[in-house]
Design a protein around this ligand. Sequence first.
Ligand code: NDP
Ligand code: PYR
Ligand code: MG
Length: 761
Amino acid sequence: MARKNAQDGQGPSVSAEEALEFHAMGRPGKLEIVPTKPMATQRDLSLAYSPGVAVPVKAIAEDPSRAFDYTTRGNMVAVISNGTAILGLGNLGALASKPVMEGKSVLFKRFADVDSIDLEVDTEDADEFINCVKFLGPSFGGINLEDIKAPECFIIEQRLRELMDIPVFHDDQHGTAIIAAAGLINALAITGRDMKTTRLVCNGAGAAGIACIELVKSMGFAPENVTLCDTKGVVYQSRTEGMNQWKSAHAVKTEARTLAEAMDGADVVFGLSARGAFTNAMIQSMAKNPIIFAMANPDPEITPEEVAEIRTDAIMATGRSDYPNQVNNVLGFPYIFRGALDVRATTINDAMKVAAAQALAELARKDVPDDVAAAYQGNRPKFGPQYIIPVPFDPRLISAIPIAVAKAAMETGVARKPILDLDRYAQELSARRDPIASTLQRIYDRVRRQPKRIVFAEGEEEQVMRAAVAYVNQRLGTAILLGRDDIIKENARHAGIDLDKPGLEIINARLSRKNAIYADFLYERMQRKGFLFRDCQRLINNDRNHFAACMVALGDADGIVTGVTRNYSTALDDVRRVIDAKPGHRVIGVSIVLARGRTVLVADTAVHDMPNADQIADIAEEAANFARRMGYEPRVAMLAYSTFGHPQGERSERVQEAVRILDKRRVDFEYDGEMAADVALNPRVMAQYPFCRLTGPANVLIMPAFHSASISTKMLQELGGSTVIGPLLVGLNKPVQIVPLNAKDSDIVNMAAIAAYSAGA
Ligand SMILES: NC(=O)C1=CN([C@@H]2O[C@H](COP(=O)(O)OP(=O)(O)OC[C@H]3O[C@@H](n4cnc5c(N)ncnc54)[C@H](OP(=O)(O)O)[C@@H]3O)[C@@H](O)[C@H]2O)C=CC1
Ligand SMILES: CC(=O)C(=O)O
Ligand SMILES: [Mg+2]
């Protein structure tokens, strides 16, 4: 859906304040370097460093290709800029470009598991820049040049391609051209146009503009049908002002002198220039069913809303993620380098670029399967004007694009290490996907379609206010901050948080008109549990968890997030006075653990201290259901310290009994046990038990007791570098999430989104 463009150049889903806070939180910036080998003992040191390191040194000196076996080179790309054309913001210098370059590095990792480091080179002189980069070749498997302005970028890339034996790829040129070409192929098909007769205008004759028109001409556009414009207007033959050899190569014979004149009657317009460059009149003057790619970042040449006001027949794309049809090079560079690195390509040639464009265009035409639909905000997209290109979160990209690129590299003889088994390669590629990010993305997208009212019970806390603001800014629904009005406002002012926005409410429990109703409700539930009316009234007036839980129980809000100031079990006790388990369900805690690119759910991490066999079986059922709701097909391992009866012990017997109970219940998911954690998670160890009923490594781990659940997840988080989300409360009749004490704002907003998600349709 089209969204309103924000005044300040930020997208509507994030404020300037949030963007700064995001970059500053924790360790400043977006990257860190993590060793891949242990460095714990004298032996490790001897192997990793002197004397052991001398052995790979000599091996590489003898045969340079061994560097791919013994160093990071084969999976490492440098993102290099001098900051002369940062997005569409212009020449702001090398240092200012660093957030963008770090961002590109992170996207390499996130989308294609390519390790990447940003390098900002502080010179505008092309020779100096080339001289600096050319010596860096041995460190990297590829060089991604970024945000270097034209025309220097053409000289720089050309020279470095000649000088280096690894792929050198200026993303703003070729990445953009590839994605724009993919979108264009599909837009032409939808509007029934033939490339040979289609008239295209490209506004912006820089890195991106020139590369785009070169690619569309190589695909079949007639040169006389392609008009290039820049700040001086049309690039026509014999023009002298503001020209260079790259523009001259595309100068056309025409009477048109201005962009407005060029766009009159045009079929397609590419905007690779700057914010607001297209006027309503220009768009109005285009041909029927115009194709408008306004790709300037962060703000397009014209917004989809503006176009929608004047034309209903346009196919519209922008470079932004908050509109349909995001034509952005993020769809290309991670996957193109993935494919190139995997065959150790010496270069990224035209065949590889065209293969990537075609693979992208084809992907958008394919039916979207169930497990992918979630990446599309739950609206299963259908090939058409609102969907000409996949979204960056489409999980099929990681297998579809690198394969196409790798194949093209092999066919054109630039692959130093051809891939023999492409099916296996496809599986390896899918395994590189970071599953948790997709899970959270799916949750956020679903909530965005069905926004919910969430009570942030500890509304006076700074990180809770920030989370509430983020919740609203991300269009997840209404955020209610519980607390004293004056204190919330004072704390917000002090912390520089702007709470004045639609969708953010403050409720002071003590002054609420609902107090009497909530106190009656609580008294009704607690009168036979030793509570006087006065006690209930006090809890409603003074305790925000009780008040918040009543709001949700009585339909005044959809979910709660709490826990920042109170320990978990106390917060849970507060809430349980008001909210019961779902009929027929057991309340449990499930933690989502992301470790080394795989996701496992661990239960019960919050509620049952020492469950009996029946309770363990219930926990397994709840956790398996939860796994399905999160989009995983559960393979449940019932964990113990023993495996299938050895060694014997009372604690393992309870787990064995739980397995027998599940057998009797004839549950519809895979489970087995009792087994130790390594059997559950490591296929080689599991293979020693050929009768084990799990068809693969477990993705749901049922712990024999709370202490083992809690200890293992916390150890994974602290020592194993795993990301742990939760424990999430599962099985309550209303959505409640309790965050750990002192949780960060990002954790709180994730939990709020999960509460909203559980609130369902
Ligand atoms: N969606 C995406 O994936 C991508 C989008 N882009 C966007 O494309 C734009 C250009 O980037 P890039 O090519 O790297 O930058 P360059 O600096 O290399 O080129 C900029 C070009 O735009 C022209 N230009 C600037 N402002 C205007 C204007 N108001 N009207 C007409 N022409 C104008 C300049 O004209 P002149 O030559 O006269 O100075 C120049 O030709 C940026 O906004 C960037 O964000 C870039 C890469 C990827
Ligand atoms: C997306 C991108 O690379 C740019 O706007 O420069
Ligand atoms: Mg760029």
